[in-house]
Design a protein around this ligand. Structure first.
Ligand code: NAD
Length: 485
């Protein structure tokens, strides 16, 4: 049995409550281990440790020393790759292939990239005139915000947590991380890496627990926490914003999506289908950037749907290490939610092209959280499965006839995170992409990420942008100094 402890002030601790909860293997429902449940006492201790680190060696460490340490963190994740991979796959059930190409390497890259961004960012300065003719010089410096609370989801646990911890530490902050209760493994392991490379105690803290009335909410309400960066569901974001509002703590939100995929008649259909396979079914559809609404030009509609359905049927479901390319959903609770949408789609009159149920994978996996990859057609745009984020391996495909129509369809949503569009016409690519109301637009691709670029969503998909220098806007305060010459 594994045991997942908090990591506070450089030490693993069971905390004071004595309460634990099960970490469940989503492949078969078995118990992987016990997670210690943090409460107010653990959040208090973690915030105090973080604050002390800011006042102590971390706060006074020369910038290059700090950034070199973050490179060492990245190197150590690479060296302990297999342990991170095992922990991530155990918690999520995701295919080894996926986690070894995306989750773990990106976990390391997030430390390297942001260390280099901070090392190279230029300062802002303005020379100004004054009535006496001598002038004045303004320059702005960036200082860390202080203690940053990081609240992470379960779908890409290491990747999304380090996407925040990397820049936060690079900018000189200390962090208190509340990982998802579903995926405590890799975040816990990272504590050990921090100690191994000599990150001062209190800089990186982890408290396990749940959201409301638990570690998550206590973190958002803590007076010692200067800012909260959160990735997760839109309605959780709303709750966190309220919790932070009394003390005007800054927030950065990466929230839900209901992302469109647009496939014009001149696209390379085979490439387009292979991209759609990833964007609809990758990570079992549990990617915020995933495509749950597809619009295909009528002239290629049948061919596209046939090829996408054939691809979905070829996917091999199974546990990590079995050569599978489709894992389970994260939990039974999430499976209930996804299956309720599978039912709603049928009730609302959808044609189920493929899937729609629970696969039979044998007795050993029958208590897992498996669902079939699913494609629907025939729904009107007000159907629940077209309006609401499902976060499962499913998509609805609808034909369209012209460009203006498909832009209007794509934008008719409360969300604004991502879009993927496919065409060989470069002019159309620019014209349409610039009219799509989303923070991230891919042409003939999906989820191709350069970490220097802005990442985030509009409308109900988030507040703010992270990535490259944009992360600095959130993780630092700017101080303007004006010197009369
Ligand atoms: P979630 O909102 O249920 O939970 C995320 C985290 O918030 C967990 O650690 C949870 O314990 C915590 N939490 C829950 N309620 C809280 C509260 N009241 N106060 C403080 N913390 C609280 O999200 P999830 O189910 O883990 O993740 C899936 C969601 O995340 C989807 O909606 C998906 O679109 C979104 N997501 C967005 C992005 C993005 O970049 N925009 C990336 C990944 C996932």
């Amino acid at each position: 049995m594994r045991e997942y402890m908090h990591f506070i002030n450089g030490e693993y601790t069971r905390g004071s409550s004595g309460k634990t909860f099960d970490n469940i293997n989503p492949c078969d429902g078995s118990v992987l281990g016990q997670v210690h449940e943090g409460g107010q006492a653990e959040i208090d201790a973690a915030c105090e440790a973080a604050r002390a680190a800011m006042k102590g060696p971390w706060g006074s460490m020369p910038m290059n020393e700090r950034l070199d340490l973050l490179h060492k963190v990245a190197d150590r994740i690479d060296e302990r790759f297999d342990e991170f991979l095992e922990a991530e796959c155990a918690d999520t059930g995701k295919p080894v292939e996926l986690a070894s190409h995306i989750d773990i390497p990106r976990g390391a890259a997030n430390f390297r990239v942001f260390a280099d961004v901070v090392r190279n960012v230029p300062a802002e300065s303005f020379r100004m005139d004054t009535p006496d003719g001598r002038g004045a010089l303004n320059y702005a410096i960036r200082v860390p915000k202080g203690v940053v609370g990081v609240i992470a989801p379960w779908n890409l646990p290491l990747l999304l947590m380090t996407w925040k911890v990397g820049p936060a530490l690079a900018c000189g902050n200390a962090v208190v991380v509340k990982p998802s209760e579903e995926t405590p493994g890799t975040t816990t392991l990272l504590g050990d890496v921090m100690n191994e490379v000599g990150v001062p105690k209190g800089v990186f803290n982890v408290v396990h627990g749940f959201g409301p009335n638990s570690a998550g909410e206590f973190l958002t309400r803590h007076k010692q926490v200067d800012a909260i960066t959160f990735t997760g569901e839109t309605r959780t974001g709303a709750a966190i914003m309220k919790a932070c509002s009394d003390r005007i703590a800054d927030v950065s939100f990466e929230l839900g999506g209901k992302n469109p995929g647009i496939f014009f008649e001149d696209c390379d259909v085979d490439n387009a289908v292979s991209v759609a396979m990833r964007s609809c079914f990758g990570n079992c559809g549990q990617v915020c950037l995933g495509t749950e609404r597809i619009y295909v030009h009528r002239s290629i509609f049948d061919e596209f749907v046939d090829k996408l359905a054939a691809g979905a049927k070829r996917l091999k479901m199974g546990p990590p290490g079995s050569g599978s390319n489709l894992g389970p959903l994260i939990s039974r609770q999430h499976r209930d939610k996804v299956l309720s949408y599978y039912q709603k789609a049928v009730d609302e009159g959808a044609t189920v092209v493929t899937g729609g149920g629970v696969p039979d994978l044998g007795e050993a996996l029958e208590n897992g959280s498996w669902v079939e990859p699913t494609i629907w057609t025939g729904l009107s745009e007000d159907a629940a499965v077209i309006r609401e984020e499902i976060f499962g391996p499913c998509t609805h495909v609808r034909p369209f006839d012209d460009e203006d129509e498909v832009i209007a369809l794509a934008n008719d949503t409360d969300y604004g995170l991502a879009a993927t569009m496919h065409t060989r016409d470069a002019l159309r690519a620019h014209r349409v992409a610039q009219q799509l109301e989303a923070g991230l637009i891919w042409v003939n691709e999906w989820f191709l990420r350069d970490l220097r670029t802005p990442f985030g969503g509009s409308k109900m998909s988030g507040i703010g942008r992270e990535g490259g220098v944009h992360s600095l806007e959130f993780y630092t305060e700017m101080r303007n100094i004006c010197i009369k010459l």
